[in-house]
Ligand binder design. Sequence first.
Ligand SMILES: [Fe+2]
Ligand SMILES: [Fe+2]
Length: 170
Amino acid sequence: MIGHYVRRFFTSLSRRPPTDADERWVESIVSSEELLLFRRLSNTDRRHLVHSARMVERLDPSIDPIWVRAAVLHDVGKYSAHLGVFGRVVATVLATVLGASRMDAWATRSGWRGRIGRYQRHGEIGAAEIRASHGPEEAAVWSELHHHRDQFATSALPAAALGILDAADH
Ligand SMILES: [Fe+2]
Ligand SMILES: [Fe+2]
């Protein structure tokens, strides 16, 4: 888990935007309401989502396109935290030290505690935003599930799709 975040930290140091072709590709996948959720995100987050969705296609070229759409939306909830690279590292360390329930309690607070708490809950926040934008339920469920591997087995999502989505999120 920590190793994943350390790797992500180094790849996230680049601030370049996704290519125009990548932006057009996303427009062809999501609805106009979902596109608003995507476009608010930083270059780094948009690049990660494009990479994840392209990886889903690469891992299974015949996969139902709903899962490519789910991949491109799974981190839209990060917007609510307004945390940069350094703040995310702090959030991850604090979550490890203080535990998930304290982070959940912080999510509704103002100030830096609120931003850290909301970062830890970005999957759940994104799911609510996807539903409010009339996005597909599959995408909402993947958003709220993607940091909870312990819940994969009891999820309604097909195991094959979950395996590919999870592999494509790294
Ligand atoms: Fe995430
Ligand atoms: Fe992600």
